[in-house]
Write a protein that binds this ligand. Structure first.
Ligand code: B12
Length: 513
């Protein structure tokens, strides 16, 4: 069959993400004998003509649309990605009657809601390689795909989904650069993405990785296969850097170390980064290994530095692990982005203060330029299927009829919000190492790196330059100007609305959050 895949993710700032998931599915469909094309709409100026060109020149028999994000999961500056996705789907529908299949993490988080909102024909829940190919075969034979694992659809007016089977890593190399032009991503400082495994063993109460996204069963790729993929890309496309997009890069530690050792054994030298490092296995031996393999930065998400909150979030490590990890990291000179999630069950102004004191003690460098960036988010996004969803229902934060298509928030009632904002801003006004979640508003400004990068070879990833931008703002004493007035009242109002009545799905493409 002729299959056209369309990436609907238009986020084109320094957090742009090449559609690796869609490429995995496109490769699987091609291997199964289908004629495949990919249209990546990210960085495209005129979406309508791009769609028209891709559809009229190919006459696809099936269209696959990826929806990576529902929203930006940021309570201080919420943005929904559903309205632009609906506009894209409407334009596709006006151009072709081919069945439209939705997939991606956004679609997996609320398959029924997304199918309904985006008027798709089918939705693939969780990983797509096997389910999508089986769906194509069923459509080709004129059979119903209803019983295929991972396929969701309307049947006699009701939503029907067969649960996905996440038993093995279905395929190897997604051949990212075969499908997508990575040049604009590289300009924004984004790396060539690689996945070494699927599944997450952690049990964090708010997280969806071990649920519908990847399941909790680990499915490891052979280390040599992972490094072969990197090697092929290294020689063919010469990316400036690679990024591992595993949920937790260093779990299981043995598999991760084998990959690093395999990279070290190869004759080339590449640069690496990753977003998912756990403090648990972070000792100096491991960091040395990362350094020797070519890591130049990474992200780590302890979410809190309060023992109470680490326990409440079920992070799987304690404060001692975190202190040890921070001390070890400080012996190296990687720029490290630390993510903190303030406001979960049991958070108080005291536990917040513990986190801020940790940042002050470990992440603020006493001499030399700063290299730790603490990114603090306020409010925890409530996803269906998580323990936090249950807690939120019990505590009256949400109703069981609330639509997950709109961001729903947990924000501990034990937090005095006015004091919280004072604590956060006081810390951010003094320390360039602190970024508050509200910074999202300014992310489009980061596109300037795409232009300036041509002239000045700024080191990548670009988020590390927020440190000197903050430094200037702190020195000028103008960081407090970034403080949005009335935030606590706004947050309280949203929470009241959310707990008073079920939150319905957005009504259409004109409606934001
Ligand atoms: C790594 C990561 C990042 C990295 C990305 C680095 C990079 N250069 O790519 C960074 C830190 C930059 C990042 C940023 C953001 N992220 Co992020 N990220 C992830 C993470 C951990 C992995 C994503 C990934 O690449 N997976 C590997 C691929 C292979 O998996 P996949 O995309 O799911 O694809 C499979 C299936 O979904 C399906 N599939 C995919 N596409 C299609 C298409 C079709 C047609 C079909 C049939 C199937 C299909 O098949 C694929 C293969 O099996 C996920 C969580 C997770 N475990 O999935 C969150 C996640 C996707 N991110 C999320 C969010 C919110 C964001 C941000 C908006 C946060 C922010 N405010 O900055 C930004 C958005 C960035 C962007 N450009 O879109 C959310 C989205 C949920 C939501 N609320 O909408 C997730 C799910 C985490 C969460 N909170 O639960 N992220």
């Amino acid at each position: 069959m002729r299959v056209l895949f369309i990436n609907s993710n238009l986020k084109d700032d320094i957090l742009a993400a090449p559609p690796i998931g869609l490429c995995y599915v496109a490769s699987a469909a091609e291997v199964a004998g289908h004629e495949v094309r990919v249209l990546d709409l990210c960085f495209k100026r005129r979406i309508g003509p791009e769609l028209e060109k891709a559809i009229s020149g190919f006459s696809p028999q099936v269209i696959g649309v990826s929806l990576r994000n529902l929203d930006n999961a940021n309570m201080l500056t919420p943005i929904s990605y559903l309205p632009p996705a609906l506009q894209i789907v409407r334009q596709i529908r006006a151009l072709t009657a081919a069945p439209l299949v939705l997939g991606g993490s956004g679609a997996s988080l609320d398959p029924q809601g997304v199918l309904e909102f985006l008027h798709g024909d089918y939705v693939i829940v969780s990983e797509g390689e096997k389910s999508f190919v089986a769906l194509l075969e069923a459509l080709n034979r004129g059979e119903s795909p209803a019983d295929i694992p991972g396929v969701g659809m309307w049947r006699q007016g009701k939503f029907h989904v067969t649960p996905p089977q996440l038993t093995s890593f279905p395929s190897g190399n997604p051949r990212l650069a075969r499908w997508v032009d990575l040049t604009p991503y590289e300009k924004m400082g984004v790396s060539y993405t690689v996945q070494t495994k699927r599944g997450c063993r952690m049990r964090c109460i708010y997280c969806t990785y071990n649920q519908v996204l990847e399941g909790n069963r680990l499915r490891l790729r052979p280390p040599s296969e992972v490094v072969d993929e990197i090697e092929e890309a290294f020689y063919q496309f010469k990316p400036e850097a690679f990024e591992f997009v595993d949920s937790v890069f260093n779990d299981p530690i043995g598999h991760c170390q084998e990959i690093l050792e395999e990279i070290i054994r190869r004759p080339w030298k590449a640069r690496f980064t990753t977003m998912g490092v756990s403090p648990k296995h972070l000792d100096s031996r491991f960091l040395h290994l990362m350094e020797r393999a070519g890591f130049t930065s990474f992200m780590i998400s302890p979410e809190s530095a309060s023992e109470t909150m680490l326990t409440n979030y079920q992070k799987g490590f304690g404060l001692e692990d975190l202190h040890r990890a921070a001390e070890t990291i400080n012996q190296f000179s990687f720029p490290v982005l630390w993510n903190f999630l303030i406001g979960g069950p049991g958070e108080t102004n005291h536990t917040l203060q513990e986190t801020l004191e940790f940042i002050e003690k470990y992440l603020v460098r006493k001499k030399g330029p700063p290299y730790n960036l603490a990114n603090i988010f306020l409010g925890v996004r409530i996803y269906p299927g998580t323990k936090l969803w249950e807690i939120s229902l019990d505590e009256g934060f949400i109703h069981d009829q609330c639509s997950p298509l709109r961001p729903l928030w947990y924000l501990s009632r034990e937090l005095d919000l006015d004091m919280t904002m004072r604590q956060l801003y006081r810390a951010a006004c003094r320390r360039p190492e602190i970024a508050l979640g509200g910074i999202e508003k300014y992310l489009p400004v980061t596109k300037i790196f795409g232009v300036m990068g041509k002239v000045f070879p700024f080191p990548k990833p670009y988020w590390q330059h927020l440190l000197w931008v903050h430094q200037i703002l702190v020195k000028l004493g103008v960081r407090s100007l970034l403080q949005a007035a009335g935030v606590p009242a706004q947050l309280r109002e949203y929470l009241k609305l959310q707990s008073n009545r079920p939150i319905s799905a957005p009504a259409g493409d004109k409606e934001n959050l």
